[in-house]
Write a protein that binds this ligand. Sequence first.
Ligand SMILES: *Cc1c(COP(=O)(O)O)cnc(C)c1O
Length: 370
Amino acid sequence: MSSEASRPVPRPGILEIDAYVPGRSKAPAGVKLHKLSSNESPLGASPAAIEAFRAIADKLELYPDGSSTALREAIAAMHGLNPANIVCGNGSDDLLELITKAYIGPGDEGIYTEFGFLVYKIAILAAGGVPVVAKETDCTASVDAILEKVTPRTKVVFLANPNNPTGTYLTSSDVKRLQAGLPPHVLLVLDAAYAEYVRRNDYASGIELVSETENVVMTRTFSKIHGLAALRIGWMYGPAHVVDAINRIRGPFNVSAAAIAAGTEAIRDRAFIEQAVAHNNEWLEIVTREIEALGLKVTPSVANFVLIHFPEEKGRTAGDADEFLVARGLVLRQVSSYGLPQCLRMTIGTEEANRAVIAALKDFLSGAGS
Ligand SMILES: *Cc1c(COP(=O)(O)O)cnc(C)c1O
């Protein structure tokens, strides 16, 4: 017997994990809540997806299709892919964890960037791996900084592109340079959760790079543009050998029947997707411009949220602003856990919510009582 422990003890690394804290969703009693803390869609979900979800209520005794065939085929048709190279998951978090579990063992290193999505660190530690952080420049991932962190123990590099919570992105040529600089045994995971929102000619979600190489996978989600966060649907596109590994370890029914049905309709509803993109495009620009006009720095974002920087002066900090906004039912996201205590992240909301935040920040900065 190797252990003297008086009760079961988790594997090394597990207790180093700070559990992921989701965006808050409470406003004071009697105040209308605008939840802008989790990058959820202000437009809800496609009516066709909602109808498909309802229809499942009559068949709850049946196991779902364990291969999510209809969903994979609908995704493949939308993006011009081979459905055999797609795996669906219980949210893209599920896939990020499975990828980590498949490629990182005790002592192996996983790299992510300074302000990168926190799920990567959690997944690496949970697998017994060593999280390695690459510095960013101006809240943007740096290809050189990532490549400098590569060692013989490196197994996976995670890049959220665009990144949450910064909203910044790497161009497709930068991502290509990153892939080209990695040893062939290192898996590059491109987390493109916000790809649909990006309106830049020099951006690519990674589909091409996956097709052309053997060490890149791209993950996507139905939680953001499709407004289906409650259902937990994600997918990955990867080379056959990675797909094969993930299919061996995923839960046999890791996507629910309701998720398959609703997701299949959601991805076919192009008009709805375009509407969501147009709304975001319009309001991302207005929100950025108006908040900058108040004298606050906003990191340029290509996603459905903005990172707002506050002064470190007493009474005007991000924490003070958060308190002021919450009192008005405006719940943004504190991002201290990302090492950004001076910032709040605001999801682009409805017109009403966006205008309310702009007005409240104006009052906050001019010292009007809360
Ligand atoms: C929201 C988000 C996801 C999506 O996670 P789901 O599990 O699919 O809801 C993935 N990556 C990043 C960077 C995100 O911000």
